[in-house]
Design a protein around this ligand. Structure first.
Ligand code: DX5
Ligand code: ZN
Length: 218
């Protein structure tokens, strides 16, 4: 189906109240929960890993979408699966053996995703199309929330949409997604919209519902 999936990134939430923030976006109409894992090496920032994801798993039944911005994802894949991640997405730039890593994610019972930094060409996933459930097109350089959408990524989304060629693979976008940028990425083929600052602004559940609805309507 081509129903739009809205995935709030809890990176923009109040980290002192993570469980409550997840419950609030769940009630506010989120489809998935996007979990930004950063290791201070692949990206110049640090967030959280499997223990915190595991602790948050009982706060919602929504899909947990783990975005691993880490240099060596292979060592902890089993821990992300055990923590309750439904989608596990690795960066192509971080994987020397992408085919093996994606197969491993599926063997662990998770959906397998590949993320591409803005400068990474779509062609790097050409040979793993049959191992993939999701392609995450970064529409900012990863590491921080609240950055400005890179318009050149719209064409890249369209290229990947052509490469998918009827396969059961969904395109996710992440970075600078707002009611203003959502229309263009969806028209190009994106189905999962990650948004951090655009959803968590307002700091309460009523604001989150309005923010999610505005992106969905756009
Ligand atoms: C960036 C993260 C994003 C980020 C998006 O490295 O992968 O998920 O939280 O934040 P916004 O929507 O504020 O650009
Ligand atoms: Zn992300």
């Amino acid at each position: 189906s081509h129903e739009i999936i809205i995935a709030p990134s809890i990176l923009a939430s109040d980290f002192s109240r993570l469980g409550d923030e997840i419950k609030a976006v769940d009630q506010a109409g989120a489809d998935w929960i996007h979990l930004d894992v950063m290791d201070g090496h692949f990206v110049p920032n640090l967030t959280f890993g499997p223990p915190i994801i595991k602790a948050l798993r009982n706060t919602t039944d929504k899909i947990f979408d783990a975005h691993l911005m880490v240099s060596n994802p292979d060592v902890l894949l089993a821990d992300y699966a055990a923590a309750g991640a439904n989608y596990v997405t690795v960066h192509a730039e971080a994987c020397d053996h992408l085919d093996r890593t994606l197969s491993h994610i599926r063997e662990l019972g998770c959906k397998a995703g590949v993320a591409l930094n803005p400068h990474t060409p779509a062609a790097v996933i050409q040979h793993v199309m049959d191992r993939l459930d999701l392609v995450l097109v970064m529409t900012v350089n990863p590491g921080f929330g609240g950055q400005v959408f890179i318009p050149a990524m719209v064409e890249k989304i369209a290229t990947i949409n052509d490469m998918i060629d009827g396969r059961d693979i969904i395109i996710e976008v992440d970075g600078g997604i707002t009611a203003e940028t959502a229309g263009a990425v969806v028209r190009a083929g994106a189905q999962v919209l990650v948004a951090g600052s655009a959803i968590f602004k307002g700091d309460n559940q009523a604001s989150y519902s309005g923010n999610i609805a505005r992106i969905r309507d756009a």
